[in-house]
Design a protein around this ligand. Structure first.
Ligand code: SF4
Length: 315
């Protein structure tokens, strides 16, 4: 059935995802949605993965990712800061642990960290593992070499994150970073024994074909798949793009669920823009939620999400 639906969707491959919901019949839309919900229920039962992130270094990035408020092209007003001190990181870890969040990721801006920064970050990871043993620690530090990832692994890191963002073919329209180097980074992470999180951003002008291609690339390698929806931030090259509407968001999540039935699809940036308060519906398709704030955009307050902690088994 899943295969049949994906086969039917092939006719729409060249449609941009922002138009796709209007092109499908209501009947087909419903079938895809129902089937995706059933797959989520079958593979994840009542479980919901939780995670939170902290931007340990913000802004001044030399890259030119058009969706990002931290890029060299961006004029967005953000709170730029160098690598944080342990005291600030400790506060955020303590917040996550207190609120029963299971994974915590250190995220830093920039194409790659300097040697000094990497050394400091590995010492943060060591401390986090000692003082917050209930948290799984992840890091998102850009493009790294194999020995650098090994250093992080030896410091106790559980998972490395690098979003491929979109298909290899479409990536050049959103950034001049070498997609192959990003791909190599997640392959190296796997090789040194780290788990891998890699997903994308949607609503950036991609077609269904790009979504399928991204899913095929990460299928074998990613343990978690973060899903972001574009938040058109003022001052970035994508400031005038329209955010995806609710139906398009539901459709993308449903299609991703068909393509990656047993992967932890984790909703992150753009949740509040595309899905507003429809969190229960959202959690019937995804299997993970990023709680708290994102890198430079505000998320939902944990109070608003509290009910998810009652309805789901948070893991
Ligand atoms: S997404 Fe990462 S690499 Fe790209 S501009 Fe933003 S901080 Fe830099």
């Amino acid at each position: 059935m899943s295969k049949d639906l994906l086969e039917i969707l092939k006719d729409f491959e060249l449609e941009k995802t922002e138009n796709l919901a209007n092109k499908l019949s209501r009947e087909l839309f419903q079938k895809i949605f129902e089937y995706a919900k059933n797959l989520r229920k079958k593979n994840f039962k009542n479980k919901l993965y939780s995670c939170a992130i902290l931007s340990i270094k913000t802004g001044n990035c030399k890259a030119d990712c058009k969706f990002c408020s931290q890029s060299r092209l961006s004029k967005a007003k953000i709170n730029i800061h160098p690598l944080l001190d342990w005291e600030d990181i400790e506060k955020a870890l303590s917040w996550a642990q207190k609120n029963n969040i299971k994974r915590f990721s250190f995220v830093s801006s920039g194409i790659s960290p300097t040697k000094e920064e990497l050394k400091k970050i590995s010492s943060f990871i060591e401390k986090a593992k000692i003082f917050f043993p209930s948290l799984k620690i992840c890091a998102s530090l850009g493009i790294l070499k194999k020995d650098e990832l090994k250093l992080l692994k030896d410091s106790g890191l559980d998972r490395y994150h690098n979003n491929l963002e979109t298909s290899k073919e479409y990536y050049k329209y959103i950034s001049s970073l070498p997609w192959e180097e990003k791909f190599k980074t997640i392959c190296f992470a796997k090789e040194v024994g780290l788990e891998v999180c890699s997903g994308g951003i949607f609503g950036i002008g991609e077609t269904l074909k790009d979504v399928i291609s991204l899913a095929e690339t990460i299928k074998e390698i990613a343990d978690g798949v973060p899903i972001n929806f574009l938040v058109p931030i003022k001052g970035t090259p994508f400031e005038n793009k329209k955010p995806l509407n609710f139906l398009s968001g539901i459709l993308i999540l449903s299609i991703l669920r068909l393509l990656l039935p047993d992967k932890n699809l984790l909703i992150a940036g753009g949740r509040q823009i595309v899905f507003k308060n429809e969190n229960y519906l959202l959690a019937s398709l995804v299997s993970g939620i990023m709680f708290g704030n994102y890198l430079t955009t505000q998320g939902k307050s944990l109070e608003e999400d509290k009910f998810l902690f009652y309805l789901f088994d948070i893991i």
